[in-house]
Design a protein around this ligand. Structure first.
Ligand SMILES: Cc1cc2nc3c(=O)[nH]c(=O)nc-3n(C[C@H](O)[C@H](O)[C@H](O)COP(=O)(O)OP(=O)(O)OC[C@H]3O[C@@H](n4cnc5c(N)ncnc54)[C@H](O)[C@@H]3O)c2cc1C
Length: 390
C-alpha cells in the first residue's frame, strides 16, 4: 500500500512525487515509457531554477533574449542580458529523465513501462490504479491518487471529474530537433506569429542543434504537417539556415490544452489532477512546463497535509485548488483567453500593432516579454492603446 500513487512521470508527476517522498511518505510513480521524448519546444524561463536549482550545474546554453515576429514580419527584439536571469531550452528526453531521477533519488518508487488504464475500486471508492505491462496487469494501491499523465489522460476522464476535451479546447503542435551549421544567435529564441491562431518557433539547444516547431489552436488550420512544412520552406529562414540539408534527429506531434485550467476538475475524494491532464498550459504562449510543475508541487503539499491528518476527502484536498499560486495561474490564463481572438483579428493585425507599440516603449516591451515568458497579462493602459490604435 502506497500513501500516494501518481500516474505519469512528466514534469508535473515527477515534481509531485519528489515533494511527497521528501516528507517520508511512500510514493509509486507510474510511467508509460521513460524513453519517450514529449513533443515540446522545451523553452523554460528562469522560474524553473526555484524548483530545480540542480539544472544550473548542467551545461545548458543560457538564453538571454527573444525575437517575436508578427505575421507581417514586424519584429520585436528584446535582450535581458545583465537585467534578469537566463532561461534555458531543454531536450525533453534528457530533461524529463533528469527530474524523474531527482524524484527517485528522493525516495519515490518508479514503475516504468506501466500504462495506467483504470482505477481499482472497492465499495465504490477508488483505492488504486491498474496498469498494463509487457507481462500482464499490475495493481498499485494508494491512499491518494494523482493523475499526471498528460493531455491524453484516460484516467482524468474515468475519474468522472471531466469529459473528453472539446475540439476547441485542443491545440496541436509539431516540432523537430534538427542539427547542422546555422546562423542562429544561440542565446536568442525566435517566435513567428501567423495570420491565424498559432505560431512557429526556433529555440536553439546548443552549438548546432535547435528545436523548430509550429503550434496552432485553430481547428481549421489543424493540418499540422502541412503548416510545419510550409514554415520550414519560408524564404525568411534562409538567412538562419544557409545549408540545404539539416539532420532530423527527432520529430513529433502532440495535442496541447488551448483554453487553460479545467478548474472544476481538479480534485475529488482522494484524487487530484495536475499538469496538462488538468489544462495547466498558458493560452497564447503554450507554456506548460512551469505551470505543470507548480501544480505538481502544490498538489504534493496538499497531499502531505491530508496524510498528516489522515483525511484524504474532497474537503481536505480542496486546498490544492484554493492555493494562491494555483488561483493566480487560473486567473491569468482566464484573462488571456479573450486576448487570443483579439490578437488574431484581421490576420493578426493587433499582434503586429502590439509589437510596433512595444518597439518604441521600454515598459510595453517588458510587458510583451513577460506575457510570453512569465504568463503575465498586459496592463489596461497597453490594451487600451492597442484597441484605439489607428
Ligand atoms: C508541440 C508542443 C510544444 C510545447 N512547447 C512548450 C515549451 O516550449 N515550453 C513549455 O513550457 N511548454 C511547452 N509545451 C507544453 C508542455 O509540453 C506541457 O505543458 C508539459 O509537458 C506538461 O507536463 P505534464 O507532466 O503535465 O505532462 P507530460 O509532459 O505530457 O507528461 C505526462 C507523462 O505521463 C506519461 N503517461 C502518459 N499516459 C500514461 C499512462 N496511461 N500511464 C502511465 N504514464 C503515462 C507520459 O509518458 C509522460 O511521461 C508544449 C507542448 C506541445 C504539445
Amino acid at each position: 500500500m502506497y500513501d500516494v500513487v501518481i500516474s505519469g512521470a512528466g514534469p508535473a508527476g515527477s515534481k509531485c512525487a519528489e515533494i511527497i517522498a521528501k516528507s517520508g511518505y511512500k510514493v509509486a510513480l507510474i510511467e508509460r515509457d521513460s524513453n519517450w521524448r514529449k513533443p515540446c519546444g522545451g523553452a523554460v524561463s528562469s522560474r524553473i531554477f526555484k524548483y530545480y536549482p540542480q539544472l544550473r550545474k548542467l551545461d545548458y546554453t543560457p538564453i538571454f533574449g527573444m525575437t517575436i515576429y508578427s505575421a507581417d514580419y514586424h519584429q520585436l527584439k528584446y535582450s535581458w542580458k545583465n537585467i534578469r536571469d537566463y532561461s534555458i531550452n531543454v531536450d525533453r528526453l534528457s530533461f524529463d529523465n533528469f527530474i524523474r531521477d531527482i524524484a527517485v533519488d528522493t525516495g519515490a518508487e518508479l514503475f516504468d513501462k506501466n500504462i495506467s488504464f483504470d482505477y481499482i475500486r472497492k465499495n465504490n471508492k477508488r483505492v488504486g490504479i491498474k496498469t498494463k505491462t509487457s507481462s500482464g496487469t499490475e495493481e498499485y494501491y494508494g491512499k491518494i491518487i494523482v493523475i499526471a499523465d498528460g493531455m491524453s489522460s484516460k484516467l482524468a476522464i474515468k475519474s468522472g471529474l471531466r469529459e473528453k476535451w472539446n475540439v476547441n479546447e485542443i491545440g496541436v503542435g509539431k516540432c523537430a530537433i534538427l542539427e547542422g551549421e546555422n546562423n542562429l544567435d544561440k542565446e536568442i529564441m525566435s517566435m513567428f506569429f501567423k495570420p491565424y491562431k498559432g505560431y512557429a518557433w526556433i529555440f536553439p539547444l546548443d552549438g548546432n542543434r535547435f528545436n523548430i516547431g509550429y503550434g496552432t489552436w485553430q481547428v481549421e488550420r489543424s493540418n499540422i504537417n502541412q503548416i510545419f512544412n510550409e514554415f520550414l520552406k519560408e524564404p525568411f529562414l534562409n538567412d538562419f539556415f544557409p545549408h540545404k540539408n539539416y539532420k532530423n534527429l527527432w520529430e513529433g506531434t502532440y495535442p496541447i490544452p488551448a483554453l487553460g485550467v479545467k478548474e472544476k476538475s481538479l480534485y475529488n475524494d482522494n484524487l487530484m489532477i495536475i499538469g496538462d491532464a488538468a489544462g495547466f498550459v498558458s493560452p497564447i504562449s503554450g507554456e506548460g512546463i512551469h505551470p505543470s510543475i507548480v501544480s505538481g508541487n502544490i498538489a504534493a503539499e496538499t497531499a502531505i497535509k491530508a496524510l498528516e491528518v489522515e483525511d484524504t476527502s474532497k474537503n481536505a484536498l480542496k486546498n490544492y485548488k484554493s492555493h494562491p499560486d494555483i488561483k493566480k495561474i487560473i486567473r491569468n490564463f482566464k484573462m488571456k483567453i479573450p486576448m487570443i481572438d483579439f490578437f488574431f483579428e484581421h490576420g493578426g493585425k493587433n499582434l503586429s500593432t502590439m509589437l510596433k507599440l512595444a518597439e518604441n516603449d521600454e515598459n510595453y516591451r517588458e510587458q510583451v516579454i513577460n506575457m510570453f515568458l512569465f504568463n503575465q497579462i498586459l496592463s489596461k493602459d497597453f490594451l487600451l492603446k492597442l484597441k484605439t490604435y489607428k
